[in-house]
Ligand binder design. Sequence first.
Ligand code: NAD
Length: 261
Amino acid sequence: MADAKILEGRHAVVTGGGRGIGAAIAEELAALGADLTLISRDRAVLEDRRAALAAKVKISIETADVSDADAVAAAFKTAENRLGPVHILINNAGAARSAPFEKLDLAHWNAMLAVNLTGSYLCCRAVVPGMKHAGWGRIVNVASTAGLIGYRYIAAYAAAKHGVIGLTRALALELAQTGVTVNAVCPGYTDTDMVKSAVDNIAAKTGRSAAEARAELARANPQGRLIAPEEVAQTVAWLCLPASAAITGQAIPIAGGEVMS
Ligand code: NAD
């Protein structure tokens, strides 16, 4: 796909980089030589990731809630003090809660927008001036197929992820002549803790077995399977390559054909 270490000398920040899709993205960027800052809420998980990757690249970890403006600003300041200006931002931190619309209260709505949408905005805000100054940057937002189409029972999550794609497209145009690209990837159901929670939830609410609930989610994908986190990570890494400079403002489904534009 690319020369080994083609991202050497680049500093990449991955939010929610402790597990799941974010951990796979961190692995992939490290394999290409990028130094890493991982931001998440769970210190212990971040420590594990640091131990796993420290032999390959420089790595720093920061504990922050991406929806907390002050915490995000402080985390990026420390990250830049440790590893220099940020060249690559992967807005991956996210959370998915479900409820039928009439049970979707304001706290649920606000929580989904805060982590999935406002968090992405806050992290973009922290890096855009530096990327413009450097004349090079890559921002990849991990949205979802729920940013492109609707699904039952996740109105707040889908609204937030549609918002992430709006942010991606608008910012891509604004930065089009600066050397900074902004794209989104849109995974379908991907084999992480998030899908495990969805499976447990479906099983608890419907009385189906976990295996049946998992098979139902897999059937949403025309390939009849869950996406692997590494598949998402490889697309994200490809968008970060120097050769991907002309790709901006895109929302790329990684979903086995579930969504076609
Ligand atoms: P996950 O639950 O395993 O990981 C989510 C990560 O985000 C965790 O590291 C968690 O600590 C972090 N996080 C959550 N809230 C945070 C906050 N407020 N501040 C900082 N960090 C926070 O789930 P995942 O499947 O790896 O999800 C990663 C991204 O992919 C999310 O944005 C999710 O919406 C998106 N996505 C997942 C799927 C799927 O089926 N798993 C499908 C489409 C999109």
